[in-house]
Design a protein around this ligand. Sequence first.
Ligand code: FAD
Length: 301
Amino acid sequence: MSLYEKLCDILGEKCVFADEPMSRHTTFRIGGPADYFAVPCDTEGVKKVIGLCKEEEVPYYILGNGSNLLVGDKGYRGVVIQIYKNMSGIHAEGNRIYAQAGALLSRIASEALSHSLKGFEFASGIPGTLGGAVMMNAGAYGGEMKQVLESVVVMTPEGEVKTLREDELELGYRTSIVAKKNYIVLEAVIRLEPGDAGDIRSYMEELKEKRVSKQPLEYPSAGSTFKRPEGYFAGRLIEDAGLRGFQVGNAQVSQKHCGFVINRGGATAAEVISLMEQVADKVEEVSGVRLEPEVKRIGEF
Ligand code: FAD
């Protein structure tokens, strides 16, 4: 049996795709084909697919909403396992929200609002899944996942499922134990506080307006391209290096927010990488600070 047939055996034909263009699954709208694209709908499916990949010695990569990801133009040799809509259940009980890893942060924020729970507003405009957000300890406007996570259910690369408390997650700036140990996030418990629905809604709207006015949401991107160097803002360093609007092919440092690289239409991964390298070099030359990428890269460029 081919790998494709084995994957279909586990997940069913409707949940397995061959040569799937990754540009369809990343907010950058960039990326060549993944050899295989598998969309499990439960823990058992995830476990069997990673078990199969190990057996066949084929690499795999976990994908959420692809909002922090640059995939190479030649695509990914292996199996991309997408944990998104098929594993996105959410429900609230008391002050807690129980959500599967594929749930979008915006949907969790709406659930929190409908139960008058406050504390998740910061994440309402981050276009990722809960799994991607736990992995990155996503944060915005003074909030971060660390403040709201009570526990997370993960799968180890060996297929063991375990629950980690917040203090076991090693959440730091854009990092976690999930990133360090290649765990897969399956679900999480988010603990919030009772609040006033009107206040929660208006805070969410205020943050949305800030995003719309400051970020180039009208173009495909992967959010902040570089991590915030200690004591600086990446966007400001890029601006001060004279790189506002700097362009390589169709990849461009946003005119609106220098911290974002945008795809002006048809940009390639190679153009984005070349732009990022030139930006990092120039910023280092001008300020002495070396910018590190925040956006993850996979595949062949
Ligand atoms: P993906 O991009 O699919 O994956 C990112 C990483 O997470 C990969 O390494 C992947 O393997 C891993 N991953 C995904 N799902 C799982 C899982 N279930 N288990 C284990 N690992 C997993 N980020 C912020 O922190 N703050 C912001 O304010 C912010 N604003 C943004 C604005 C825009 C317009 C865009 C495009 C992006 C922004 N981002 C921001 C970046 C991004 O949305 C977050 O990093 C988000 O958490 C990524 O989630 P994702 O599901 O899209 O992950």
